[in-house]
Design a protein. Structure first.
Length: 366
């Protein structure tokens, strides 16, 4: 058996390669293999392992150490992402602060540019005055006038600013009083029973709706009044439209009169003969009384006219008996007065005739 073992041992030693204890040649193990960058592809979760051939079955048991390592890798990735986002946020905040700084600087420079433009305009005006040989006293007077105007405007602005502050104070007081009244109303409302509160809230809502409706109606009325003013202005500026408006009004009045007559005829048709006779007799009596009153007035007027004529005749006779020169003068004045009265009576007719004649001549000329 020792021979056999020696034979087998020799065989094993003979099969081993020289230079190693395990029979593995140097440079052929996994630790001594060379790895290039291309052999480690990138993934979304980082660097993966070297893609090798089939190394046998994967890990069969996923114990606590496996999951701990997995969690540590995920936590590291989250920390890296948070660090990256913090850096980006810092950069954005710095950029925003820089933008605000530049914006304030731009506003300041714009105001300074505006001031310099005003100064430049003043200098240009001064140069124009010098080039046109304007007197220095005149320039001084202009400066004094501008200074006085600026002082007046400054005082006016101060007054307006004071009024504004006063109004703001009044508004604040009114708002405070309104708030106090609202709180008092709410406290009183809390003391009421449920039915009274419900009725109050219903009345409050109805009041709000009525106010909204009143505002809408007021706006509609203002719009209609504005349209009426516009139409009236157009009507006054256009004689044809004015004439048409008058004719429409006349038509409306005639229609109303027609409707009234129809109603009277309809009412009379429904009356019996005795009622119609009594109505006509009553109307005749009223008309007779009215006619009698007019006749009495006419009679009184005729008496007054006759009395005046008698007075005029007596005056004329007494004047005729006086000096002939004065009588002649009186007759001339009386004649002139009659002529003036006649002219005034016929003035409108003559004026209308002249206007018509002028219009005819203008049409003939055209």
């Amino acid at each position: 058996s020792s021979g056999i073992n020696a034979e087998y041992g020799g065989a094993r030693l003979g099969t081993a390669r020289p230079g190693t204890k395990s029979g593995v040649a140097p440079g052929t193990g996994a630790l001594s293999s060379t790895v290039t960058v291309a052999d480690r592809p990138m993934t979304q979760q980082g660097l993966s392992g070297v893609r090798t051939g089939s190394l046998g079955p994967q890990r069969q048991v996923q114990d606590a150490s496996y999951f701990s390592g997995l969690l540590r890798s995920k936590v590291k990735e989250l920390k890296d992402e948070i660090t990256r986002m913090e850096k980006e946020s810092g950069a954005l905040n710095a950029e925003n602060a820089t933008y605000l700084t530049f914006e304030r600087r731009a506003e300041k420079l714009a105001q300074e540019l505006k001031d310099r433009q005003g100064e430049l305009a003043d200098y240009n005006l001064l140069i124009d005055k010098v080039n046109t040989n304007t007197d220095v006293d005149e320039i001084s007077e202009d400066c004094a006038e501008l200074q006085a105007q600026n002082n007046r405007e400054s005082k006016a602005l101060e007054i307006l600013f004071g009024d504004k502050r006063e109004k703001e104070t009044q508004i604040s007081q009114i708002e405070a009083e309104r708030k106090r009244q609202r709180e008092a109303t709410n406290s009183l409302l809390q003391e009421l029973d449920y039915d009274t509160q419900a009725r109050y809230m219903g009345m409050k809502e109805a009041n709000f709706n009525l106010q909204q409706k009143a505002e809408d109606l007021q706006a509609e009325m203002d719009s209609l009044l504005e349209k009426e003013a516009t139409f009236k202005a157009e009507l006054d500026s256009n004689p044809l439209k004015q004439r048409a408006f008058e004719m429409n009004q006349r038509i409306h009045e005639l229609v109303e009169k027609r409707d009234t007559l129809k109603e009277e005829i309809t009412a009379e048709a429904q009356l019996s003969p005795e009622e119609e006779k009594a109505k006509h007799l009553k109307q005749v009596k009223e008309d007779n009384l009215e006619i009698a009153g007019f006749e009495n007035q006419i009679k009184d007027l005729k008496g007054k006219i006759e009395h005046c004529q008698e007075e005029i005749t007596r005056c004329e006779d007494s004047l005729v008996d006086q000096d002939s020169h004065e009588a002649k003068k009186y007759k001339e004045l009386k004649k002139r007065e009659d002529q003036m009265d006649d002219f005034l009576e016929k003035f409108e007719v003559l004026r209308a005739e002249e206007v018509e004649s002028k219009k005819i001549h203008e049409e003939n000329i055209v």
